[in-house]
Design a protein around this ligand. Structure first.
Ligand code: GAR
Length: 190
């Protein structure tokens, strides 16, 4: 059995898809959902699914090993970022080397880096009149959006697409592939 923790800052629609998808997998358990925002909807969603959930403070995450110790105590094997906006600190990166995964709402290496998240990504894509966008699933290292890419999904953009349309197309791709890719990576190491 492998135990995963999902870290998310907002709605948690990807977190929900992952939880639903993994419910049928007897070898992987979503054991923890954590957020840096107390009001994040993802925490309520996790509670509704009976999953342990908690808020992470800057002190827990950056200024001490508190969160890392909790992950170890909960015997977490993998960390899945699903719309998590804080940079992951080196103590987590080194302990969970190649076992932290992120999803980004664009085709990296373009439209990545600090400040490039959520709607700001889709706005930039629209402003540049791109004809293709998509999402990238990658391993996490100490820099924003720079780890090894494991999967990308593409979608066409037409000139009439608004920023919201682009966001919806990309989110659909995320929902379609992220749960399966997470499952595939974890299962490959079982
Ligand atoms: C997703 O589109 C994800 O790719 C993005 O935040 C959204 C979270 O949606 N992540 C980033 O921008 C990270 N740089 P959700 O809370 O509904 O899953």
């Amino acid at each position: 059995m492998k135990r995963i923790a999902i870290l998310a800052s907002g709605t948690g629609s990807n977190a929900l898809k992952i939880i639903e998808h993994l419910r049928d997998n007897e070898q992987i358990e979503v054991a923890l959902v954590a957020s840096n925002r107390k009001s994040a909807k993802v925490l309520d969603m996790a509670a509704n699914h009976g999953i342990t959930n908690r808020v992470i403070t800057r002190f827990d995450f950056y200024e001490s090993d508190t969160f890392l110790s909790e992950l170890k105590e909960a015997e977490i094997d993998w960390i899945i970022l699903a719309g998590f906006l804080w940079l992951v600190p080196t103590n987590l990166i080194s302990t969970y080397s190649n076992r932290i995964i992120n999803i980004h709402p664009a085709l990296l290496p373009t439209y990545g880096g600090k400040g490039m998240y959520g709607m700001s990504v889709h706005k930039a894509v629209k402003e540049n009149s791109e004809i293709i966008s998509g999402m990238t699933i990658h391993l996490v290292n100490e820099n924003y959006d720079e780890g090894v890419i494991v999967f990308q999904g593409r979608t066409d953009i037409v000139p009439n697409d608004t920023v919201e349309d682009i966001a919806a197309k990309v989110l659909k791709l995320e929902h379609e592939y992220y749960p399966m890719v997470v499952e595939g990576l974890v299962m490959a190491q079982i």
